[in-house]
Design a protein. Structure first.
Ligand code: C2E
Ligand code: MG
Ligand code: MG
Ligand code: MG
Length: 288
């Protein structure tokens, strides 16, 4: 019986491997097709200035709906794009599309655009040239662009590679492009390392926004951590952005802690370019 069960487990295991491999292959094929057939779109989520309620910038977020299927979330397909080597072409497409769509927003409203950049893009020596070329082709001024890089991608490389990535960012920043550390607090960068990084903006991961317990208020321990991260950003003279702000109470709390910008469902969800254009031309919608 034991032998039979063991054999069964092996069968289940290999079946699962086989189906995972099929999922992977199908996703890669789907991503390739999307690149060829214009199958991606960008949504944009406003970054709101807490002091005024004004939209200061937007983050471009990639959306993919394979024909006849439901949308696939980026957390599900970006890692596969990275593994398969497709992230280079996808990242180029995202950067070009975002800069193209954002140019009138910047010209008319001073709204900047943030683009997520994956680890393999940063490790590509040609990345700075790509950025320069896209800015040139689209006419977006460098100061209107922010590149978002996760803390993990900055740290999870060899030391030599990290040095090269930093050198690339230094170069890009000299043109006036800003750099943001995304998902801050979820990686393992030491504070001394953080101080050396060529960054302008600290995006606090939503894991550090305290749960809003309504009348029960915020847990003091949660508050201590949030305040510590906001203060860290301020002491390094970085702009702090809080991600995942879902309630009025959280917005008020962050305002009190002197966090400059927020992003979250309480203010706006990511939306198509056309909807965003209407938000930007409309009145200041939500004063915090
Ligand atoms: P991220 O860069 O940290 O983007 C923020 C994510 O939080 C987005 O998820 C956004 O929709 C979500 N979000 C915003 N406000 C709230 C809120 O109030 N509550 C909650 N629960 N979530 C909120 P999304 O669009 O699913 O993207 C997930 C991740 O996928 C992004 O995290 C980013 O790491 C990656 N990603 C998205 N687009 C791109 C891209 O063009 N290139 C690369 N390399 N990565 C991308
Ligand atoms: Mg981001
Ligand atoms: Mg983030
Ligand atoms: Mg993220």
């Amino acid at each position: 019986a034991a032998k039979g069960a063991g054999k069964n487990q092996v069968t289940v295991y290999t079946d699962r491997l086989r189906s995972e491999r099929q999922d992977y292959a199908q996703t890669v094929a789907g991503l390739r097709r999307a690149l060829k057939d214009d199958g991606f779109v960008l949504h944009y989520q406003p970054l709101v200035e807490l002091a005024t309620g004004a939209v200061r910038g937007v983050e471009a977020l990639l959306r993919w709906t394979p024909p006849g299927q439901r949308p696939v979330p980026p957390d599900a397909f970006i890692p596969i794009a990275e593994q398969s080597g497709l992230i280079g072409a996808i990242g180029d497409w995202v950067l070009r599309r975002a800069c193209t769509e954002a140019r009138p927003w910047y010209e008319q409203h001073g709204t900047t655009v943030s683009v997520n950049v994956a680890g393999p893009q940063l490790r590509d020596p040609g990345f700075p040239d790509t950025v320069l070329q896209v800015l040139h082709d689209t006419g977006l001024p460098p100061r209107a662009l922010t590149l978002e890089i996760t803390e993990t991608d900055l740290v999870a490389t060899t030391m030599a590679e990290a040095d090269e990535v930093v050198a690339r960012l230094v170069k890009i920043r000299e043109w006036g492009v800003r750099v943001a550390i995304d998902d801050f607090g979820t990686g393992y960068s030491s504070l001394s390392y953080l101080r050396q990084l060529p960054v302008d903006i600290l995006k606090i991961d939503r894991a550090f926004i305290p749960p809003d317990r309504g009348d029960a208020g915020f847990r003091p321990d949660d508050l201590t951590l949030t305040r510590a991260i906001v203060d860290l950003g301020a002491s390094l003279r970085l702009t702090t952005v809080a991600e995942g702000v879902e309630t009025a109470g959280q917005a008020e709390l962050l305002r009190r802690l002197n966090c400059s910008l927020v992003q979250g469902y309480h203010f706006y969800r990511p939306m198509p370019a056309l909807e965003l254009a209407a938000v930007l031309t409309g009145p200041v919608a939500v004063a915090a």
